[in-house]
Design a protein around this ligand. Structure first.
Ligand code: C6P
Length: 442
């Protein structure tokens, strides 16, 4: 609920009501519940309608999950139900539909809170995604807390979304952006990171897992190092949330950002977790409806957390779809998903290593199921185009991580990224496709 919002109706269904509704109404995924040995990928695949379509006359093999994931029927159905039965604005009406939409919207906040084990709903701010969440912190927290000569520390492995917002802030504040290097495997060099932590380091911004290489960064260690130095930590969790269990309290990070569309939810929705005391001290970022308590031409007072950071009509359908997606993942079991994806990573890596002239970029010990590679004598875009003719969808290019590509002296890679519904047979299809690429070019 948004009890302090000045322009909201009175009725308060409470998150519990909606929680119960969700529990009753979200159908169980056909994903088999229980331990790893029960993980039935074929049943999971049947939950994702798009996986049964063909592309250019071939069965779709979708290996571009780091870009965005496909959506299960429960999420699609939830969106349809929202628009056919519940559509209304939230926090604003006394009428029935607005109450239902508000209850579902706030119940979704509880779902996100539980999914990442935040302490309180106040610590969950809905955003358009990871990018917007990081910009929110850079603009709101950064403008107040970063001064001339201060430093923001990032790493060489970051996505542009965790580089450019800090660059903009540093330019504005005459602060310094420092970058911890990575080694040839794609692991952050922790000794160097420690050396770059100085009394001026206000914040460390680091990805949980690399979208371009797959490296899972030792963020617990980095957070401890940063805190010992008196610096805050923001974790870019875009590639963390879909692949591993997240506990923001155990991690003790100050901010954690993620996107719904990478975890089977719709596009245009994501969340920023922030510790309550830190969010509370931050000024609003955007102004408008819902983020205020009262407005006059002389003075505006602001709403409580998290509404202070949710100006304007939010992406209600996205929030509700996000909750459905997280429920789906929880029922399948994030640990089961992680184990399944790890099996695919190991299998596909082994098979790719057999391909003549193929070089895997990113060989860290701990990896999410993302494999970047180059193929001698063939441009990544040609690889992507030929694979596409075979129905195999991968991403080629710089993966919004241009500095990382420069670190490895390459303009681009081809990237196969796996999700809960992929199979070893699909990894085989990738290999078969790569042999066709080789036939064309050699
Ligand atoms: N990476 C990829 O193909 P948005 O666009 O806000 O949902 O997420 C941005 C983002 C931030 N950090 C990381 C680590 C990411 O992987 C992404 C999105 C996609 O790799 C699209 S560029």
């Amino acid at each position: 609920m948004n009890p302090r919002s000045a322009d909201r109706g009175t009725a308060d269904r409470g998150p519990q009501t909606a929680d119960r509704r969700n529990a009753e109404e979200v159908p169980l995924p056909s994903a088999v519940r229980g331990p790893r040995s029960d993980y039935d990928v074929e049943r999971i695949r049947r939950d994702f309608p798009i996986l049964s379509r063909s592309i250019r006359g071939r069965k779709l093999v979708y290996l571009d999950n780091a870009a965005t994931t496909q959506k299960p029927q429960v999420v699609i159905d939830r969106l349809v139900r929202y628009y056919t039965e519940e559509n209304s604005n939230v926090h604003r009406g006394v009428h029935y539909l607005s109450e239902v939409a508000t209850a579902d919207y706030e119940a979704a906040r509880t779902t996100v809170k539980k999914f990442i084990n935040a302490r309180d709903e106040k610590e969950i701010v809905f955003t358009r995604g990871t990018t917007e969440a990081i910009n929110l912190v850079a603009q709101s927290w950064g403008r107040v807390n970063v001064r001339e000569g201060d430093e923001i520390l990032i790493t060489a492995i970051e996505h542009h979304s965790n580089i450019v917002p800090w660059q903009l802030l540093c330019e504005e504040k005459k602060a310094r952006l420092r970058v911890a290097p990575v080694d040839d495997d794609g692991d952050i060099i922790l000794d160097e990171l420690a050396r770059l932590l100085t009394p001026r380091t206000r914040l460390v911004a680091v990805g949980h897992a690399s979208n371009a290489l797959g490296t899972i960064n030792p963020i617990a260690e980095i957070i401890a190092m940063a805190h010992a130095n008196g610096s805050l930590v923001l974790v870019d969790g875009a590639q963390g949330v879909p692949h591993m269990s997240i506990d923001v309290q155990a991690l003790d990070c100050d901010f954690y950002a993620f996107s719904g569309h990478k975890v089977y939810a719709p596009t245009g929705i994501g969340a920023l977790y922030g510790k309550e005391s830190i969010l509370d001290a931050m000024p609003p970022w955007q102004g408008g409806g819902d983020m205020i308590l009262s407005v006059s031409f002389e003075k505006t007072t602001f709403n409580a957390l998290p509404y202070k950071f949710e100006a304007g009509t939010p992406n209600i359908e996205g929030v509700i779809g996000l909750a459905a997606a997280l429920d789906y993942v929880s029922l399948a079991g994030i640990e089961n998903i992680a184990a399944h994806e790890h099996d695919l990573l190991t299998y596909a890596t082994g098979r790719l290593r057999e391909v003549d002239g193929l070089r895997i970029i990113g060989t860290a010990k701990r990896k999410a199921a993302v494999i970047s590679f180059t193929l001698e004598g063939v441009h990544p875009h040609d690889i992507g185009t030929i694979l596409d003719r075979e129905g195999v969808a991968i991403r080629t290019g710089h993966h919004c991580a241009q500095p990382l590509m420069m670190r490895f002296n390459i303009p681009a890679t081809s990237r196969a990224s796996f999700a809960m519904y992929n199979t070893r047979a699909e990894a085989d299809a990738l290999i078969t496709g790569l042999h066709k690429v080789i036939e064309v070019f050699r």
